[in-house]
Design a binder for this molecule. Structure first.
Ligand code: ADQ
Length: 534
């Protein structure tokens, strides 16, 4: 959630999109003893002081503590070091990563600003849960101010292999920042192993067989007023996997809301699934031509460029057309190069070329909302996706059918669930992803229903959703084949596959994820636990 000024001068809360907000939002709402410290989302230079004061009050009334960052800080810290250095590198896009000493300095300074903001709220013994790659220095900054805080840190994105991580000029500093935490969490065991290998390689620390990292603390600073003994002593950092879940019932219920159903029915009508097709009165000549064309499965690929639109329309409304069902493919993403949108569009295009029977019968609803538009790579990606959608639509559109419906607006949860519910197939093919919640949300919206999931092997979700069509997202040919299989799957088989995955998702919810992380943190940082201080 962030506050934004409206045209009438008022201030309104706007829901943020993205995995972190979706995952922690419900827990935060239902636990009234938590405080959320985060970037305010506004540049203070553009507001009068009284507006800032009003905003701060508004945030605090919602149990949020805003950190105001200047435009330079946003450029260096958020667009710069976080999203132009760590994000690409951690997603194995090393060629996109920029290493600039100036942005590193701003990243350090902003982590300090967060440490100051948290310091005004906490007392010794409190729990602080630091989220994600933007705040990797914060655990150690807080530890030095409050040695007796319980500190956890969770990474929502992948943690890279040592070969990739060691390219980061300030990698060792980031690791030292993280080791201020008592508990360091990742989505998968693979990421835990990468982290421990990197710690061993760059910091030469002792790692216990059970995966705990043994540390010798610096002596406490008497200036902080800590009652910790001044001699050096050991503590452990525990590293563990916590695969994040979703609020399953929320998505299941929302998909059945009247607004989501209206959206679903609208999509099904627009794609021809719900309307009775109007039979045109074909001339004998065009009817014969149509049948001959349909009989030849290669006809489309050989003659698409010569086909008259009228004939194309006739062909897709012709007698054989009824044998091919109308289907809807969906995807929901932030427009991010890690989500593999260009590769996915190429696979969809190949599918139309290789399986011409789907031309006129499969409609792809592509919801891709731009984010981080102040980063150049993201602006370039938007242009690439626009061009590819235009190419496929230009090449394959018929009078009565458009292959890809491309929506770039950000939609609230109900229409998003309507899109999921309308999808016979969800295409979730990130090139790299920590978990990927979209895959899980799609399955929740298909509770007790058919619907097939084509899922990238490169995301954390693939470790759990093994009954989906798991593909290598870089392999366009394999994605095309998986998509065709998913479109052809029988409803019974789809339901059978989904049931196993849905049973797991129903149990392993976002709420359970929060509870498990926080209770593990409590256990591993309990001063009474002999393991913690030797
Ligand atoms: P994200 O990279 O944001 O999250 P993801 O896990 O897919 O990716 O979560 C996206 C969330 O935003 C979903 O709840 C989805 O419904 C919503 N969303 C995405 N695009 C949308 C759109 N165009 N309009 C409306 N809503 C949209 C990061 C990591 C992931 C990890 C999560 C949680 O990159 O790997 O799964 O955090 O840890």
């Amino acid at each position: 959630m962030s506050l934004q000024r409206q045209e009438d001068g008022g201030i309104a809360a706007v829901q943020s999109i993205g995995g972190l907000a979706t995952a922690i939002g419900p827990y935060f709402k239902s636990h009234r003893d938590c405080f959320w410290v985060g970037w305010s989302g506004v540049d203070p230079a553009k507001y009068e002081q009284r507006d800032i004061d009003r905003m701060t009050e508004e945030y605090r009334s919602r149990r949020c503590e805003p950190v105001y960052l200047t435009e330079d800080e946003i450029n260096g810290y958020y667009a710069g070091y976080s999203n132009d250095t760590i994000w690409p590198l951690f997603h194995d896009f090393a060629h996109e990563a920029k290493f600039e000493p100036a942005t590193w300095k701003v990243y350090q300074a902003v982590n300090e600003r967060f440490a100051e903001a948290v310091s005004t709220l906490v007392h010794p013994g409190d729990t602080v849960w630091v989220q994600d790659y933007h705040l990797m220095l914060l655990p150690a900054l807080l530890r030095s101010r409050f040695p007796d805080l319980r500190i956890g840190w969770f990474l929502h994105i992948p943690f890279p292999s040592p070969e990739i991580f060691r390219q980061l000029p300030n990698g060792a500093d980031l690791l030292r920042g993280l080791l201020g935490a008592d508990l360091v969490g990742f989505h998968t065991i693979d990421f835990c192993i990468n982290f421990m290998s990197v710690v061993r390689l760059l910091l030469d620390l002792d790692i216990k067989p059970d995966g705990r990292i043994a540390l010798t603390d610096e002596p406490s600073d008497p200036a902080t007023g800590s009652d910790r003994p001044s001699s050096r002593h050991k503590r452990y950092v525990t590293v563990e996997a916590f695969p994040i879940g979703i609020d399953y019932n929320l998505y299941r219920r929302t998909a059945r809301s009247s607004l989501a159903q209206a959206m679903q029915h609208g999509i099904e009508a627009a794609s021809g699934k719900r309307t009775r097709r109007i039979k045109t009165s074909l001339t004998a000549e065009s009817q014969a031509a149509t049948e001959a064309q349909v009989a030849d499965s290669n006809w489309w690929s050989h003659h698409a460029h010569q086909e008259l639109p009228e004939l194309a329309l006739a062909r897709n409304l012709g007698p054989d057309a009824d044998k091919v069902p109308r289907k809807v493919v969906v995807s929901v993403d932030r427009l991010d190069y890690t989500k593999g949108l260009p590769e996915r569009l190429r696979a969809f295009e190949l599918m139309l070329e290789r399986y011409p029977k789907w031309v006129g019968h499969v409609t792809y609803y592509l919801l891709a909302t731009p984010t981080r538009e102040n980063v150049e790579t993201y602006r370039n990606l938007k242009q690439t996706v626009d061009r590819l959608v235009g190419k496929v639509n230009g090449k394959y559109s018929l009078l009565s059918w458009t292959p890809i419906h491309y929506i770039t607006r950000s939609l609230p949860i109900k229409p998003v669930c309507g899109i999921y519910a309308a999808g016979d197939v969800a295409l979730v093919t990130p090139l790299r992803d920590g978990m990927n919640l979209v895959a899980k949300e799609y399955l929740a919206c298909h509770d007790d229903r058919d619907g097939a999931l084509v899922l990238s092997d490169m995301c954390g979700a693939a470790r759990e959703l093994t009954d989906s069509f798991v593909v290598n997202p870089y392999d366009i040919d394999a994605v095309c084949e998986a998509l065709n299989k998913a479109l052809e799957i029988s409803p019974d088989e789809a339901r059978r596959r989904n049931r196993t995955m849905q049973t797991r998702l129903k149990y392993r919810t976002a709420d359970l994820w929060c509870v498990e992380f926080l209770s593990t943190l409590r256990q591993v940082s309990d001063p009474g636990t002999a393991d913690r201080r030797l």
